[in-house]
Design a protein around this ligand. Structure first.
Ligand SMILES: CC(C)(COP(=O)(O)OP(=O)(O)OC[C@H]1O[C@@H](n2cnc3c(N)ncnc32)[C@H](O)[C@@H]1OP(=O)(O)O)[C@@H](O)C(=O)NCCC(=O)NCCS
Length: 182
């Protein structure tokens, strides 16, 4: 089996936040940042797998601090975990105000990417060759994230699909909700 280091595919994408990226409030649209995250995740995973990849899921996207027009946004991405055909790419987003030199960590998130072959079938990816403790921690976190993702899907599917409508009503009692059947 082929093994690759995370440094073989680590990618940094830096982009200037231009006025056309702004929303009505003058801050950068969340969708612009999401699109850049997807791009850097693709590049990183494509480099690791040496081929075509697709985005399967996204975890942990939270916009805790707004990004301003004029900021230089850098997205640092690396492969944290590999399964058989999937790769979890960890992305750290930082915004630099070039005038003040202040750098803000605005977001960290995880993109699951899956490798596909020429015919569009899921295909195996190289293993990860690790030589530091931080990378082992990230790998273990990635493995846990994959498991949690599966459990979350199962829980939502099973829990609410097996509940009676009266149990479902009870579970949302007191919420900001009104029900008026047609
Ligand atoms: C993702 C996809 C390939 C899974 O296909 P599948 O037939 O269910 O394949 P598998 O069950 O073998 O899963 C393949 C891998 O995807 C992972 N996976 C599947 N669903 C997942 C999910 N919801 N979240 C995270 N990983 C997932 C599996 O864990 C597996 O990883 P592994 O090989 O490392 O163990 C398929 O659903 C797909 O092609 N989706 C469209 C992706 C796409 O086009 N993205 C662009 C959006 S515009």
């Amino acid at each position: 089996m082929i093994f690759k280091k995370f440094t073989d595919s680590e990618t940094i994408l830096t982009e200037l936040m231009i006025p056309s990226y702004a929303n009505f409030g003058g801050k950068v649209h969340g969708g612009i940042i999401l699109s850049l995250m997807d791009k850097v995740a693709y590049v990183t995973a494509a480099k690791h797998s040496s081929g075509y990849v697709v985005t399967v899921s996204v975890e942990g996207v939270e916009f805790l601090s707004p990004i301003e027009v004029g900021d230089l946004v850098s997205l640092k991405a690396r492969v944290n975990y590999v399964g058989k055909s999937s790769m979890i790419v960890g992305i750290r987003v930082e915004a630099l105000n070039p005038k003040t030199g202040i750098v803000r960590h605005t977001n960290s998130c995880y993109f699951t990417m899956v490798a596909k072959d020429e015919s569009g079938h899921v295909t195996e990816v190289p293993g990860l060759s690790i030589s530091d403790e931080e990378s082992i921690r990230r790998f273990a976190e990635g493995k846990a994230l994959k498991l949690l993702g599966k459990q979350k899907h199962q829980l939502l599917k099973e829990k609410f699909h097996k509940m009676s409508i009266s149990e479902i009503f009870k579970s949302v009692e007191g919420e900001k909700l009104t029900y008026s059947p047609d």
